[in-house]
Ligand binder design. Structure first.
Ligand SMILES: [Zn+2]
Ligand SMILES: [Zn+2]
Length: 815
């Protein structure tokens, strides 16, 4: 008996699938579609186990859905711009483009070896000018609509990456990519107005099934708060300071005001302040430090008194104005009213600088108002020391004070978001050039659309230091103004690579991409993505940006849907010895090594069987070996089934019940949030059963083959290569990809065995029991083997066999 040889089988079928363009997506408006997508790989490294897991999950879904009658789109591409290419260029002295395309070729080969059902015809490479041309095109559309703008603002600067980062890319005060502590620099940057979409991004009603934690993370990031904007007049500089608060009920407890070091009033304040030098020293010191939200929460709160005061809008008391390192210009109004009695942060600050603490909300549990507080009281309560508002419930007080302020024109209802505009400028080479031209006469003008793409020049010197390398390439820098034709200069910043990944799924969904970013009709057919699969680390960055992009493109008339991804699955990590696989920990298992040892099907089966998709998967060599043995058993069993020759079996019904139960179980497990591990367990159970039945020869060949074919279909999405080989060996002509997913019958339906009459030359000689899927030849065999009828037939020439379905068989013999 020939042995299971996965390497030969896998290469053979991968070749056939590719030759037959089996997975090529076909736009067909008449068919119900299913778009399954895995987050595309970044081109910095080879495929690792995390990728294998992500793509295998997607592959099972794609194969399963196509067998269930869906028209499938399952594309792949490469996220190819970004810093790693430049860092490699510096380290290895290779051009970023060459390095990237070498990696793409390796990754493509690896993906093909994994046997994933990708539509290779729609491959997307984001560093291809034909792709990034449309980043530039969209940028210009945004520019025309006033949705991108340039401003000088404090920016997150990574000293290691030598570039600016978006707020979303600063995690715990550190660079999302390299982990370096982020600094703050005041720079001219390009921004996309994602804040215009804050409210719509908070609306998740267009999404079907996303992990709750991703939704919560996005909501927290957008950070909506509803409150009141309150005015404090500053007589000495003749300005009105606006502060935002969600606790207008504590207005009578304000004992000082705090400005961000970046507040526009500071310049004026410094001019008249008696402590000018002290203030300047403080501000310079603060501005050097980082200013991310996470940092602000952790840093030691410091401040400096300005010597100036604001006027309380209701009591008209003089409220001292401070400057504090913990107030962000980017959030709210860049100024806060401090209520130390009812805000712990203000409480700590006031203790440090000996500022008054005034209780205005009484804890209902207090018998009387305490002389001193040990910490702030932040809960609701009864208003005290608040003039005409005394005795009010604080929740009601919020409203009442706001209404009063509105009446005297010193406040209004306001909504603030934590979300800030998306900074997309990067001072690096390997990205999409921002298609903007600076003309002395015309100012800032976009490149003409017919001149796109603004191509990245190939000849470049990358040092990784300071300014964009594009600044030093005069052929790139010098250009003609698209408006007046005079000498002008190009913008040298490139775009954040997250722009590239914000719409790549639309490019995939388009067969025809000649001279357009995507085909509107086809995109409206395939989109939204029915099932998106990727890591939780993209919860805010990529997933938020993509949602924004789709909404913005919809508003510009390019799309007719609001959300890009209907269902989202965040797969767990692959861990070994309790830690995520990483080079630094030395616990990496290379998929190529496993494939060399066991083949792809074994690797796939292990990854799918070891844990449910969303749970972390612990690597286990033992588990791999178990899967290898299982596939070998399938192989041997198949050979036994091929040689099996029992016509009538006692346990046919049991086998039928078992296969139907397995079909039902596997189908339900897949439908129920892709519980592949339990689905595989059910198939293993079936194999245990079948092995025994075959060994003991208790089932008939017809029922056995029938069940076996159904089983191979069930197993196919998980381990497609071995199944395809077995299928062919069963004399089947179709690819399994084009076969229908089996349906199941209930026990009652199975048990309805049919009892038919047996006539020999028109005369009833008795009855037999048959299975409904037997044909006339099957029934004839059973009749011949039955002692009761043998004597009428044996040795005689058979003239005719007539089967009246569900009724009788008539055998005409020569007398
Ligand atoms: Zn960095
Ligand atoms: Zn001009």
């Amino acid at each position: 008996m020939e042995k299971y040889n996965p390497w030969e089988i896998e290469i053979k079928w991968q070749k056939k699938w590719e030759e037959n363009k089996l997975y090529e997506a076909k736009y067909d408006k008449e068919k119900k579609k299913f778009y399954v997508l895995e987050m595309f790989p970044y081109t910095s490294a080879q495929i690792h186990m995390g990728h294998v897991r992500n793509y295998t999950i997607g592959d099972v879904i794609a194969r399963y859905k196509v067998m269930n009658g869906y028209n499938i789109l399952h594309p792949i591409g490469y996220d190819a711009f970004g810093l790693p290419a430049e860092n490699a260029a510096i380290k290895q002295n290779v051009h970023p483009k060459d390095w990237t395309y070498t990696n793409i070729n390796t990754i493509r080969k690896q993906l093909k070896r994994l046997g994933i059902s990708y539509c290779w015809e729609r491959e997307v490479i984001t560093c291809d000018p034909e792709y990034y041309r449309w980043n530039q095109f969209f940028f210009i559309q945004f520019f025309k609509k006033g949705m991108v703008y340039k401003k000088k603002a404090p920016a997150n600067w990574c000293p290691s990456c030598q570039t600016v980062l978006a707020n979303e890319q600063v995690i715990d005060g550190k660079c999302w990519r390299c982990g370096e502590i982020v600094e703050n620099r005041n720079l001219e940057q390009w921004f996309i107005k994602i804040t215009d979409y804050a409210e719509r991004l908070l609306d998740f009603s267009g999404i079907k099934n996303w992990p709750e934690r991703v939704i919560i993370m996005q909501k927290n990031w957008i950070g909506k708060s509803e409150g009141c904007e309150i005015s404090f007049y500053i007589p000495e500089i003749k300005e009105t300071l606006k502060v935002f608060t969600t606790r207008a009920d504590t207005l009578f407890g304000v004992t000082y005001l705090v400005l961000s070091p970046y507040h526009p009033f500071i310049e004026k304040i410094i001019k008249i302040s008696p402590d000018r030098e002290k203030i300047e020293e403080f501000i310079n010191r603060v501005k050097k430090a980082s200013l991310t939200v996470q940092d602000i929460l952790k840093i030691e709160k410091e401040g400096v008194y300005t010597g100036i005061y604001g006027v309380h809008p209701i009591t008209e008391e003089k409220i001292p104005i401070w400057i504090g390192n913990y107030v962000l210009m980017e959030y709210g109004t860049g100024a806060v009213m401090a209520v130390p009695a009812h805000d712990q942060r203000d409480f700590e600050f006031s203790r440090k600088y000996n500022l008054p603490i005034k209780i205005v909300i009484k804890n209902p549990e207090w018998k009387e108002i305490p002389e001193k507080l040990e910490k702030s009281y932040e809960e609701p309560g009864i208003m005290v020391n608040s003039g005409i508002f005394n005795g009010l419930d604080s929740e009601k007080g919020k409203e009442e004070i706001r209404i009063y302020l509105e009446k005297i024109n010193k406040g209004k209802k306001a909504i603030y978001y934590k979300l800030k505009d998306w900074c997309i400028s990067r001072q690096r080479y390997w990205g999409t050039p921002i298609p903007i031209i600076y003309c002395k006469k015309c100012g800032i003008v976009p490149e003409k659309e017919e001149n796109l793409p603004v191509e990245l020049p190939y000849e470049v010197k990358i040092t990784g230091k300071g300014q964009s390398p594009l600044k030093y390439i005069s052929e790139f820098l010098k250009c003609k103004c698209p408006v007046c034709g005079e000498e002008a200069e190009r913008e040298t910043d490139t775009m954040d690579t997250f722009v590239d990944s914000s719409w790549y799924f639309l490019r995939y969904a388009s067969g025809d991409i000649k001279n357009k970013p995507f085909d509107k009709n086809e995109v409206n057919y395939w989109m939204p993505v029915d099932q998106y699969i990727g890591g939780i680390e993209h919860a805010i960055l990529h997933l938020l940006y993509s949602r924004f992009f789709v909404k913005a493109l919809k508003d510009m008339g390019y799309l007719n849907f609001e959300e890009p991804f209907e269902n989202l699955l965040c797969q767990g990590m692959v861990i070994k010895d309790g830690a995520k696989m990483s080079k630094s920990k030395g616990n990496v298992v290379d998929p190529e090594d496993i494939i060399k040892k066991y083949g792809v099907d074994t690797l796939r089966l292990f990854i799918l069987f070891a844990a449910p998709p969303e749970v972390d998967l612990e690597w286990s060599e033992k588990g791999i070996e178990g899967c290898w043995r299982f596939l070998n058993r399938i192989w041997r069993l198949h050979k036994e089934i091929k040689n099996y020759s029992i016509d009538v079996g006692k346990n046919d019904i049991e086998l039928k019940i078992m296969i139907n139960r397995t079909i039902k179980g596997v189908t339900e497990d897949i439908e129920k949030e892709f519980q592949f591990n339990t689905a595989i367990a059910k198939m293993m159970e079936f194999i245990n059963f079948l092995n025994k039945e075959v060994a003991e020869k208790k089932v008939s060949k017809i029922v056995l083959l029938n069940s076996w074919k159904k089983f191979i279909k069930l197993l196919y999405p998980f381990v497609p290569h071995i199944c395809e080989e077995i299928w062919e060996d069963l004399d089947e002509k179709n690819f399994l990809f084009n076969e229908k997913w089996p349906s199941w019958e209930t026990i009652e339906e199975i048990k309805e065995k049919i009892n038919i009459g047996v006539q020999i030359n028109g005369k009833i000689r008795g009855n037999i029991e048959i299975s409904p899927d037997f044909d006339v030849e099957d029934i004839f065999k059973i009749v011949c083997n039955n002692e009761k009828f043998k004597k009428f037939i044996e040795g005689k020439k058979i003239i005719k066999k007539i089967y009246v379905p569900d009724r009788l068989i008539n055998i005409v013999v020569e007398n």
